[in-house]
Design a protein around this ligand. Structure first.
Ligand code: FES
Ligand SMILES: [Fe+2]
Length: 352
């Protein structure tokens, strides 16, 4: 039996926000991309001028998936009986007679920025183009110094957000890959800025974690290390890391800008994308390959099995309804969940 609190916490997704729907190149001209977001089947396609569009992937006639149909100019024809819908979801052709009033399908706002497709699953009129996340600082990085991946995960998206916001697991779960001492000797400082949460951990004067130390111009020297996580509702986590040898200007060190982006698929499954960029040795494609391989191994072999195991143990109970023992290092995820609750209440009450 699911508790009332769980119904609040884990069954309801925030609709009025931008969620990543995929990378731009996953949607070439002429393609139909079927994906489930927030438990709703969606079909994405491009209009003739290249602008992306999205409709509920469910024909209003006899519930065939529209993603099995064909694109006809800017419209989509259902494979089953040929009804044709425009990018707004309105039926524009019924080969069998007059168009019934009910022959329309829900459409969603889609935006494209920095090589990412973003979808707004809530009210179309509430979709604010100004709030499409800005990752232009990463998009500007030369191709040789950036890499991207995806890791679909069998868990509620909030468990992934918790994991990325939690720096304290690095020394344990990633002891042999990313650890190095800094993540337990120093406490993160958590702050809020509007609806965003910033979790920043810094250390001064100790060696950089080994994964960064080896790439310093002179390894083994004491550094200023800053690891900042910025959460943007509901599923974007920006990770900015800087490692600067003591007494040196910031440009003399290493800076990486990474993004982990998660979108609910169902209550127990999530789309999970990651994007790694850096500001040093930007022409070194081999370093990019090695770094991508290492991080992918860390995510897939270390994070993913634990998060999915948490989900199996939780069943349909939200983590915070399972009365967890909380640590000081959980402050970031607690703030995030508190803001999510406020946003859900605002959305339910119809406030902007
Ligand atoms: S199910 Fe789509 S036209 Fe009949
Ligand atoms: Fe991790």
């Amino acid at each position: 039996m699911r508790s009332a609190a769980c119904r609040e916490g884990c069954m309801v997704f925030l609709k009025n926000c931008w969620y990543m729907a995929g990378w731009s190149e996953e949607l070439p001209a002429g393609a139909l991309l079927a994906r489930t977001f927030l438990e709703q089947p969606v079909v994405l396609f491009r209009r003739g001028d290249g602008r992306p569009a999205a409709l509920l992937d469910r024909c209003p006639h006899r519930v065939a998936p529209l993603s099995r149909g064909t694109l006809v100019g800017d419209t989509l024809r259902c494979i089953y009986h040929g009804l044709r819908f425009d990018a707004a979801g309105q039926c524009v052709e019924n080969p069998h007679g007059a168009i019934p009033a009910k022959a329309c399908v829900q459409g969603f706002e889609v935006a494209e920025r920095d090589g990412i497709l973003w979808i707004w699953m809530g009210e179309r009129t509430a979709a604010d183009p100004a709030r499409v996340p800005d990752l232009s600082h990463m998009a500007r990085v030369p191709a040789a110094a950036q890499s991207r991946g995806s890791m679909p995960s069998a868990c509620h998206y909030q468990l992934i957000v918790d994991n990325v916001a939690d720096l304290s697991h690095v020394e344990y779960l990633h002891a042999t890959t990313l650890g190095g001492g800094a993540f337990v000797e120093n406490r993160p400082v958590v702050s809020e800025s509007g609806d965003e949460v910033v979790i920043e951990l810094s250390s001064h004067g100790r060696n950089a974690p080994p994964v960064y130390d080896r790439f310093l111009p002179q390894p083994g020297v004491p550094v200023d290390f800053v690891n900042r996580v910025t959460w943007v509702p509901a599923g974007l986590l920006k990770l900015d890391i800087s490692v600067t040898p003591l007494g040196m200007p910031r440009e003399a060190g290493l800076q990486t800008f990474n993004a982990h982006i998660v979108t609910p698929e169902t209550r127990t499954s999530s789309h999970y994308w990651y994007w790694l960029t850096r500001e040093y040795r930007q022409d070194d494609a081999e370093m990019t390959r090695l770094r991508h391989e290492l991080m992918t191994r860390v995510f897939i072999e270390e994070d993913k099995p634990i998060i999915e195991a948490q989900q199996r143990l939780l069943g349909e109970t939200d983590l915070f309804d399972a009365a967890p023992a909380l640590l000081a290092t959980d402050a970031g995820s607690i703030r995030i969940r508190r803001i999510m609750k406020q946003l859900l209440v605002r959305e339910r009450e119809g406030r902007a």
